[in-house]
Write a protein that binds this ligand. Sequence first.
Ligand code: PLP
Length: 437
Amino acid sequence: MKPRLRSSELYEEAQQHIVGGVNSPSRSFKAVGGGAPVFMERGQGAYLWDVDGNKYIDYLAAFGPIITGHAHPKVTEAIVRAARDGTLYGTATEHEIRLAKVLKEAIPSMDKVRFVNSGTEAVMTTIRVARAFTGRNKIIKFAGCYHGHADLVLVAAGSGPSTLGIPDSAGIPPSIASEVITVPFNELDGLRIALERWGDEVAAVMVEPIVGNFGMVMPKPGFLEGLCKMARDAGALVIYDEVISAFRFHYGSSQTFSAFSDQDAIRPDLTALGKIIGGGLPIGAYGGRADLMAMIAPLGPAYQAGTMAGNPASVLAGLACLEVLREPGAYERMEAMAVRLADGLQSSADRHGVPLTINRIVGAFSTHFCGHPVTNYEEAQGSDGERFARFFRLMLERGIYLAPSKYEAWFLTIAHTDADIDETLVATQESFREMAG
Ligand code: PLP
């Protein structure tokens, strides 16, 4: 590995012009000991190359969207086609109908769809729809679930279901925070207490049905069923934030995932999408029951618009990406590699006496440095961030690019090969050996 001198230079320069030197805080290395983040220059398949000429096996996958690997030929071709035909018309296009139909086929609870530009926008608008439809203001969310950076969902309240929201960010008025109730994930008691107290004021219960933001965490059996029933009994809607989970574990959403047997019992009213459905270009989408979606302008009184929404480049890239994912064996291959990688990681950590909890779901997994299971945010918080930071750095020096946060997942793509897994496992063994020594 060559010293990352150019990355350091660019970081110095970036900080003079771009706040914090990065355009999203999750790209900074603050959570892994600070210093210059790596500036990348090129991506191809499962690899990234930095500005100093170093090659990395990439498990960040741009925080999820790059499931086909970088610069997949079919996605690239779609983007080139869009560039040639003009990238934006400010009119309707046939491409949008095609992507809407593809999404509706895969996610049966979406009678109608609307495209936006990011997961944040998608989530934000589902809340507006829920409020417009129910005439209620409050939402319930789960501690540690991330739903983008709109004011309302940047509120966490620890895990006490009886406290109202405390903003996680400056600049959020207490009046907004007071509309959010945060309860612990994977236990229904908190939700029950919150609904008993505020049930008739709650517009929606919002959840990542399979969590991707404090590690990968499956809902316990009965959790989603109970959540949906309790929300409905209180007259509140259920919103699934599937910005990470849709098309990540199989061709569809959580609602159609084979791990859940009673799909009707976990059917959401509204779903927010993003990431994978744009094939690496900016996109978001939300959809749901026709009567709820009819609340949105131009049909209904709830306003939502977007100059870039449904732009041909994002839509064509998304269509191409989803077509690639429909190829037989795509998810099975990602799963087989993730199993080998996660098993190898676990046994190498065990051998060196490093406590490690791996939560794997199909082709994605999280690594928490702790000796206890991780089923909720509190348990995830209890993992050792300093150990993770050390591991991150040791892996980086061996050409393995992980997300720079103990909470983020490792994502396999269809571009990873067995040889990549072998190389990663060698890096892992060396890293654990150094950590133990
Ligand atoms: N919802 C979830 C579950 C996410 O993980 C994210 C982003 O990581 C978002 C919403 C926000 O999406 P975006 O970053 O596209 O605004």
